[in-house]
Design a protein around this ligand. Structure first.
Ligand SMILES: *Cc1c(COP(=O)(O)O)cnc(C)c1O
Length: 408
């Protein structure tokens, strides 16, 4: 997308605003598909939690994607976007048996990540095919909050519990049709990934009726110019070779699955926000914008980097700024950042605002959440209206203390 188009959208739909470039989502999807084009059967299940707008789900469905979901509500969004239940996989962690049963009844692929639920579910529903999420105990990922494969992680069934797992499967007679792992985000070392894959292959050999192997996600995307990213082409070459060899050893053609979130949508997203105030202090210059961590929490939550440009003054001389939000506690998007000279009223554009940005937004400080626009075939389409004050109070039940008789 061009900077001027973003500027025009900020005028048309006002700020703060999320904009997603459909073309970028499409090209990322095709890039992954191409990297694994030599695999006989490939399934890409988009991780809904990254960006869950129904129009985005429909866009991905057009490309042939399936969905990876973590809650029954995400499953419902997928069904509303016309995904057939068999193209949805449900990978919850720590949810109730009731929710898992409800999702299974919809015909969605269940992925279970603990022995207690596996045993209960298998005993009650021995004919429902189940995928098993293992924890290969491989340390990977960008930081400890998003790294989920290590020994202390709450995710997955430890590979050291295989004997117990196999006993449950045998006792219940349940049908295991897939093995899954998701080791975390921001995987840079392909060898580490392939090492974890070996553990998945070893585990898979214990099960005779598998239909798919799911390698999760963790593709790192670039956040700035010349930033490192997962080399999916290289991974495609190496994993395809190894996977094909495994399938011939296993004796059947399995489907290879991935479930990327960030990889598909991060770079498609732009967050546009207006500068309310430029405040010079003794130590820095603050640019205070009409937003805060209620709309984009990643920098405050886990120190993520978002490139910021002043699109109202593209050729301006650069100065150093701290870009801060309006939330009444520390609310910093970027410190000591070189940005083209900012005047109050300018529009700042945040990059990589597609994944885990709107989907993590809240109404904190009783603020409304922004609108979302999809840039599709040269035009901006509103895919979520800006919230209003009515949305903030919609579910409140307001007590009337005067009408309640007080017991004396
Ligand atoms: C969050 C999540 C993903 C997506 O991870 P990204 O880093 O956004 O690609 C995939 N699978 C599972 C099980 C997840 O929880």
């Amino acid at each position: 997308m061009e900077t001027n188009q973003l500027l025009e959208l900020s005028e048309q739909f006002e700020s703060p605003l999320y904009v997603y470039d459909a073309e970028k989502i499409q090209s990322q999807y095709h890039r992954l598909e191409k990297a694994f084009s030599k695999v006989n059967s490939l399934r890409i299940n988009y991780a809904v939690k990254a960006l869950s707008n129904i129009s985005i789900l429909k866009l991905l469905k057009q490309l042939g994607s399936g969905l990876d979901t973590v809650s029954i509500q995400e499953v419902q969004l997928g069904l509303m976007a016309d995904y057939p239940p068999e193209k949805i996989i449900y990978t919850p962690n720590g949810v109730s048996m009731e929710e898992i049963e409800e999702v299974a009844a919809l015909g969605v692929q269940i992925n279970i990540d603990n022995l207690s639920i596996l045993e209960q579910f298998g005993a009650k529903h021995p004919t429902t095919p189940v995928c098993i999420r293992i924890n290969p105990h491989v340390m990977a990922g960008g930081n400890s909050n998003i790294s989920v494969g290590h020994i202390d992680s709450k995710f997955g069934i430890s590979i050291h519990q295989m004997p117990h797992l196999l006993r449950i499967v045998e006792n219940t007679g349940m049908h295991i049709n897939g093995i899954h792992m998701h080791t975390g985000s921001d995987i840079l070392d392909i060898e580490v990934f392939l090492y974890a894959a070996e553990i998945l292959f070893d585990t898979a050999m214990h099960f005779k009726e598998l239909e798919f192997l799911d390698f999760g996600s963790g593709f790192k995307v670039p956040y700035k110019k010349d930033d490192i990213e997962t080399d999916v082409e290289e991974l495609g070459k190496k994993l395809t070779k190894r996977f094909t060899k495994f399938c011939s050893e296993y004796g059947s053609e399995l489907t290879l699955c991935f479930e990327p979130g960030k990889f598909l949508v991060s770079q498609s997203g732009y967050f546009l926000s207006k500068v309310n105030v430029v405040k010079q202090t003794t130590s820095t210059v603050f640019a205070g914008i009409d937003s805060g961590f209620n709309h984009l929490i990643r920098p405050m939550l886990y120190g993520s980097y978002h490139h910021i440009e002043n699109i109202s003054n593209q050729k301006g001389k650069e100065r150093f700024y701290s870009v801060v939000g309006y939330i009444c506690e520390t609310d910093t998007f970027a410190g000591n950042r070189r940005i083209a000279e900012i005047t109050e009223g300018d529009i700042l554009c945040f990059r990589n605002a597609g994944a885990y940005c709107f989907s993590m937004a809240s109404n904190y400080n009783s603020r409304t959440r922004p609108a979302e626009v999809l840039w599709y075939e040269g035009k901006g389409h509103l895919i979520r209206e800006r919230e209003t004050f009515d949305d903030i109070i919609r579910k409140q039940v307001i007590m009337d203390f005067n009408s309640t008789p007080v017991a004396v």
